[in-house]
Design a protein around this ligand. Structure first.
Ligand SMILES: Cc1cc2nc3c(=O)[nH]c(=O)nc-3n(C[C@H](O)[C@H](O)[C@H](O)COP(=O)(O)OP(=O)(O)OC[C@H]3O[C@@H](n4cnc5c(N)ncnc54)[C@H](O)[C@@H]3O)c2cc1C
Length: 304
């Protein structure tokens, strides 16, 4: 039996793991994809204290992984499929095994939303995606469209503009919802066009994107744009990965925690973007992870 089982190896999960291991706890991290989580896939990591100049999601994820390895933390590439959290011994089942632990830290983050429009699913991976860092070079010299107007979307758009012939940001509101640092850069970038109060309504193409249909939110008119294998990157928000934990208290689908990051079940903690809270950034994810692990360690000691 482990002391602590951590679900997710994003910034919150790795922070939890390092703090747990530093307290001598036998710790396992279960991660279905790669260390780094959502942040590992972004083009540039901004604002987090101590990042190196030009920090990419990949370089940040590599350093998270190295830090975990330096503590000898066991990270297993497995997808958690169910959790029995109520008893003194917590049981976590994955697609290839099962684990018992005295305490659990759920750091499973969120999943990017789809738009749910015609053509989106068929063209995913064939012109439609959200991993700008990996896909940018494929669209060098072509037209690129970014859907979304929040910080993450606009940051990725600025990165992609360095590759695009023309980059169009499609956002349904009348203004971008990003911070001035990013919107001012947008205004200074010659090849970015803004399509505000506009929604992407449909995509068409055979193995590549050939037609975009845009709907104006004010006039309700639809415009057809033709392109020759352009890139469409979608950043339309995200939903919390809380479906496996219906017995835990939730607000709008996010896990409710107290100031120790403990959920409504004793011995079960949560950290990072999966939690009900106001700010979702790397800084707040790692802070949650530290608080959760320190309190999970105290929980394990008090239940020995
Ligand atoms: C486009 C974009 C750009 C961003 N840029 C920045 C930035 O520059 N700076 C910044 O501070 N923040 C940024 N953010 C926000 C930042 O990415 C998140 O706040 C941060 O990643 C949250 O970390 P987390 O560990 O809570 O969750 P996540 O990073 O989402 O990690 C959760 C992990 O859990 C795993 N997981 C989920 N379910 C299971 C399961 N059932 N079994 C096993 N593993 C599972 C996932 O695979 C994932 O690896 C950005 C977000 C986006 C969308």
């Amino acid at each position: 039996m482990y002391d602590i089982c951590i679900i997710g190896a994003g910034p919150a999960g790795i922070s939890s793991a390092v703090y747990a291991a530093s307290r001598g706890l036998d710790t396992v991290v279960l991660e279905e994809k790669e260390v780094g989580g959502l942040l590992g896939g972004v083009s540039t990591v901004t604002h987090y204290s101590g990042i190196i100049e030009g920090e990419t999601g990949t370089s940040f994820a590599e350093r998270l992984k190295k830090q975990a390895e330096s503590y000898g933390i066991e990270i297993r590439k497995e997808k958690v499929v169910s959790a029995e959290l109520a008893g003194d011994v917590k049981k976590i089942t994955t697609d290839s095994g099962s684990y018992e632990a005295k305490a659990v830290i759920i750091a499973a983050g969120t999943t990017p939303k789809k738009l749910g429009i015609p053509g989106e699913a068929e063209l995913e991976g064939h012109g439609v995606g959200m991993n700008a860092a990996k896909a940018a070079k494929e669209y060098e010299g072509r037209d690129i469209f970014v859907v979304g107007g929040a910080d993450g979307a606009v940051k990725e758009a600025l990165f992609l503009a360095g590759y695009a012939k023309k980059l169009t940001i499609i956002h349904f509101e009348d203004q971008l919802g990003a911070i001035p640092e990013f919107t001012e850069k947008v205004m200074r970038t010659g090849n970015i066009e803004l399509r505000l109060h506009t929604r992407l309504a449909e995509l068409q193409g055979d193995g590549r994107v050939e037609v975009l249909k845009l709907r104006d939110e004010h006039t309700k008119e639809t415009e057809t744009i033709r392109c020759d294998g352009c890139g469409v990157f979608i950043y339309a928000g995200s939903t919390p990965n809380t479906g496996l934990y219906p017995e835990l208290d939730q607000t709008d689908g996010y896990l409710v925690t107290d100031d120790r990051q403990m959920t409504s079940i004793p011995g079960v903690f949560a950290a990072g973007d999966i939690c009900a809270k106001q700010v979702r950034q790397a800084a707040t994810a790692v802070a949650d992870g530290a608080v959760a692990a320190i309190n999970a360690a105290a929980w394990c000691r008090s239940n020995e």
